[in-house]
Design a protein around this ligand. Structure first.
Ligand SMILES: NC(=O)c1ccc[n+]([C@@H]2O[C@H](COP(=O)([O-])OP(=O)(O)OC[C@H]3O[C@@H](n4cnc5c(N)ncnc54)[C@H](OP(=O)(O)O)[C@@H]3O)[C@@H](O)[C@H]2O)c1
Length: 237
C-alpha cells in the first residue's frame, strides 16, 4: 500500500525565510503546504526548476486576518498527513503604545494567529510538532519597535505555554532569528553594518536558521525551547 506523505504547513512559506524553511523541510523528506497571502511566484518558479518535488508542494492562499483556522482545515483536505506547523507569518513595522491600533495588529499576527492555528492543529493533528518563529532582538526596551517586540515576546511565552498544554502528543518550540535577511526596504549596506553590534561580528544566514530548524524538527525530546540563531545578538540588545 502507498504511504501517505507527512506534510508541514508553513505560514508565509512561499518566499524569504519561510521558503528557506520550506526547502529544509523538503530536504528532510516531508511534503510542504505553503501558505501565502499575496504571491506564490517565487516558490512556483523554484518548483518549475526542481520538478522532482512535484506532488510534494501544496499551496494555500489566505489572509490570516480572517478566520486563520481555514488554512488548517484546507491542509487537512490535502492528500498528505499534516504533522508539522510553522508559524512564520509576520508584520515588521515600527509603532509604540501611543498607537493601540498598531499594537492590536502586532498582537493579532504574532500572538493570536499562532495561538489560533496551534489550537486547531492540536485538536485535529493530535501527534506532531509546532515551531513558532520569534525574533532574537526583542529583549531590551525600544520605543520605536515597542509593539512588535512585545508581541514577539508574547509569542515566545505562547511557545512555553503551548508546549505544556499540547504535550505529550505535540512538541512546541521556537526559533529566534537574528539579522538573517534585510527587511523589505532596508539596504544591504545598513544590514551588513549590523555585524558590528553582534558579538560574533556577523549577520546570520538562512542556512544557519535552517540547521537549527532541522534540529528542532528531528529532536523528539525538545519542547518549550527557543533557539536564537543570531550570533549572540540577544545577549546585547
Ligand atoms: N528577516 C530576518 O532577518 C528576521 C529577523 C528576525 C525575525 N525574523 C522572523 O522570521 C520570520 C520570517 O521573516 P521574513 O523576513 O522572511 O518575513 P517577511 O519578509 O517580513 O514576510 C512576512 C510574511 O508574512 C506574511 N503575512 C503578514 N501578515 C499576513 C496575514 N495577515 N496573512 C497572511 N500572511 C501574512 C506576509 O505576506 P505578504 O507577502 O502578503 O505581505 C509576508 O509574506 C518572521 O516571523 C520574522 O519576524 C526575521
Amino acid at each position: 500500500m502507498r504511504k501517505i506523505p507527512e506534510a508541514v504547513l508553513i505560514t508565509a512559506g512561499t518566499k524569504r525565510l519561510g521558503f528557506h524553511l520550506a526547502r529544509a523541510t523538503l530536504s528532510m523528506g516531508f511534503s510542504v503546504i505553503l501558505h501565502f497571502r499575496s504571491s506564490d511566484r517565487h516558490a512556483r518558479n523554484w518548483l518549475q526548476r526542481n520538478p522532482r518535488f512535484n506532488g510534494k508542494v501544496f499551496f494555500i492562499r489566505h489572509d490570516l486576518a480572517d478566520a486563520p483556522e481555514t488554512v488548517i482545515k484546507k491542509s487537512l483536505e490535502l492528500p498528505c498527513t499534516l504533522t508539522g506547523l510553522v508559524n512564520n507569518a509576520s508584520s515588521f513595522s515600527p509603532g509604540n503604545l501611543t498607537d493601540p491600533g498598531h499594537l492590536r495588529h502586532m498582537f493579532d499576527i504574532h500572538l493570536f494567529v499562532p495561538a489560533h492555528l496551534g489550537a486547531f492543529f492540536h485538536k485535529h493533528v493530535k501527534s506532531g510538532w509546532i515551531i513558532n518563529i520569534t525574533d532574537a532582538a526583542i529583549g531590551s526596551l525600544n520605543t520605536t519597535w515597542q509593539n512588535y517586540r512585545m508581541s514577539k515576546l508574547f509569542l515566545e511565552e505562547l511557545t512555553r505555554q503551548q508546549a505544556v498544554l499540547f504535550a505529550p502528543g505535540c512538541r512546541v518550540n521556537a526559533l529566534a532569528p537574528g539579522a538573517i535577511l534585510p527587511a523589505a526596504g532596508s539596504s544591504r549596506a545598513a544590514f551588513n553594518a549590523l555585524a558590528d553590534k553582534i558579538p560574533l561580528r556577523k549577520t546570520g544566514s538562512p542556512a544557519s536558521l535552517a540547521d537549527a530548524y532541522c534540529f528542532l524538527v528531528k529532536n523528539t525530546c525538545c519542547t518549550g525551547q527557543t533557539i536564537a540563531v543570531d550570533g549572540g545578538w540577544h545577549l546585547v540588545t
